[in-house]
Design a protein around this ligand. Structure first.
Ligand SMILES: Nc1ncnc2c1ncn2[C@@H]1O[C@H](COP(=O)(O)OP(=O)(O)OP(=O)(O)O)[C@@H](O)[C@H]1O
Length: 258
């Protein structure tokens, strides 16, 4: 499906990933529109994380044409790559914060790597990010291990936003949180996106998150995008996995139809 009417943040064509004999993606196509929150779902092991990692360059696909904001990622030299990487932030499933660094130092890590500015200014910016994600100021000097799970997720989000990205890649950000913590994270994400006009590539298993924050959903299955569209459009797809996913007890509860 072409997305002629929408400016695209991400355009993936013919993505093929294979590990040994296992084909994870086979000529997968996906468009993420500028300014939308795209939820990426699918059965476990269908390659949601591998798709995310392929786009941000942590995995070298067997074959792919990937554009971010119209730039072909395969043809960039080192400097062009560095520039485009500043346009996105990534939050991995476990948060992946540096355990020996404080929250503030964690948020400063991408700034140190990419920006040439005085340390004091980085410290100030990091404190602003701490506030932006709804953490108390006293969280800044703490180590990740001194924070609750929900606070660690917020700190990881703050680090992903350290360079003021236009595009966020989030891999199961609410995994491991209780429903209230997850709901609060969803609210934070939606409000940050609305305020800052962010585009989000959100891998999730969380039906509540899909419902609360996503503009559109892409369903991965059998190496391809099986369906893409709004929640209602995707739910109308008769594929058995989609029907099971949305119409099972958890799906009905999340959608308020239990
Ligand atoms: N570096 C790697 N080397 C070999 N196989 C890998 C590698 N990374 C991922 N895989 C395999 O690719 C497949 C897709 O993995 P991926 O983590 O993307 O799935 P997922 O859809 O995100 O799953 P889940 O929902 O369980 O997190 C899995 O079978 C996984 O074992």
């Amino acid at each position: 499906m072409m997305e002629d009417d929408h400016k695209l943040a991400i355009r993936v064509r013919n993505l093929t990933n294979q590990f040994g004999t296992k084909v994870v993606h086979k000529d997968l196509d996906l468009d993420v529109r500028d300014g939308e929150i795209m939820g990426v779902i699918g059965p476990s092991g269908t390659g949601k994380s591998v798709l995310l990692r392929s786009i941000v360059g942590l995995i070298q696909p067997k074959k792919a044409d990937i554009e971010v904001y119209g730039q072909d990622l395969t043809s960039l030299d080192r400097e062009e790559r560095r520039v485009i990487e500043q346009k996105w932030g990534v939050m991995f499933q476990d948060g992946a914060l540096f355990s020996t660094l404080s929250v503030q130092e964690n948020i400063m890590a991408p700034m140190r790597e990419h920006l040439d500015m005085p340390i004091a200014l980085m410290q100030e910016l990091a404190c602003m990010k701490v506030q932006m994600v709804g953490l108390e100021g006293d969280a800044a000097p703490k180590r990740p291990s001194d924070l609750s799970g929900g606070m660690r997720k917020r700190a990881a989000l703050a680090r992903a936003m350290a360079l003021d990205p236009k595009l966020l890649f989030l891999d199961e950000p609410t995994a491991g949180l209780d429903p209230i913590g997850a709901g609060n994270f969803d609210l934070l994400l939606r409000s940050l996106c609305d305020a800052l006009g962010l585009t989000v590539f959100l891998v999730t298993h969380d039906l509540d998150s899909l419902h609360a924050v996503c503009d559109r959903i892409a369903v991965l299955n059998d190496g391809k995008v099986l369906a893409v569209g709004t929640m209602d459009e995707v739910r109308a797809n008769p594929h058995p996995w989609i029907q099971e996913y949305f119409s099972g007890p958890r799906g009905r509860a999340a959608l308020g139809n239990s």
